[in-house]
Design a protein around this ligand. Structure first.
Ligand code: TYD
Length: 217
């Protein structure tokens, strides 16, 4: 019987370093002979990429928050059925940049979609599809640090409506992440203010434990 792969998600506010940490983790796993697939949310499937462009398109007005949440979850259902499950079932590990905590923060905490609705979507599309991550890590940095790492603000582009908003907004996002992480017991908070290599060490220590469990050593 093939040993199932694991599903790992990294989250955090802009510039927390999740994308570069995912690249480092992919290399770490590959060196251990573990096959990986790296993906992002929203996206990862053809329909998901189409939903992504709908969501991230520059508009005069924000899309109604509940509509946003349903679109993110529509993309997530495709992601789970086409990326997460088939890969872990054949022993491939899936590394994802963002997952449902983003919806709980951006659509819930910030824009007021209720916990009841989000819990319902979570139980249908995450729990019932058996796609709760094996490791869900939040890389926490302050809003000031997020801005400091922006460097050239002109690079933000890409109609990322959120990123164009100010420091207070990022502070709210950070508070939202910490709050939502507390209410979801499976989320591990990692101090992203540390050196990139320290963050990587913490993540590989957690993942090393998961590998040892599989290999039973
Ligand atoms: P992306 O370009 O992937 O940003 P990043 O590099 O910061 O991950 O854009 C994704 C945007 O979508 C980001 O601003 C967060 C937002 N988002 C939500 O609002 N809800 C969600 O459920 C997800 C997955 C993302």
């Amino acid at each position: 019987m093939v040993e199932k792969g694991k599903f790992i998600v990294l989250e955090g506010i802009d510039n927390c370093g999740k994308t570069s940490q995912i690249d480092l983790l992919r290399d770490f796993l590959n060196e251990k002979g573990i096959q990986t697939v790296v993906s992002r949310e929203p996206g990862g499937t053809e329909i998901g990429e189409e939903i992504r462009s709908l969501l991230l398109k520059d508009r005069k007005e924000l899309i109604f928050p509940l509509t946003q949440a349903l679109l993110f979850y529509a993309s997530r259902a495709a992601f789970n059925s086409q990326v997460v499950l088939p890969n872990i079932n054949k022993g491939v590990w899936v590394l994802s940049d963002r997952y449902y905590l983003s919806t709980e923060v951006y659509q819930g905490f910030v824009q007021g979609v209720t916990r009841e609705i989000l819990d319902d979507l979570h139980s249908r599309i995450v729990v019932e599809m058996n796609c709760e991550p094996d490791l869900y890590a939040l890389i926490d940095i302050t809003a000031q640090e997020s801005f400091r790492r922006d460097g050239n603000l002109d690079n933000l582009g890409q109609s990322l409506v959120y990123e164009k908003q100010g420091l207070l907004f990022r502070e709210k996002l950070r508070a939202g992440y910490l709050d939502c992480a507390r209410s979801r017991k499976n989320v591990t908070v990692i101090d992203g203010m540390q050196d990139k290599s320290k963050v990587n060490q913490e993540l590989t220590a957690l993942i090393g434990g998961m590998i040892r469990q599989i290999k039973n050593i």
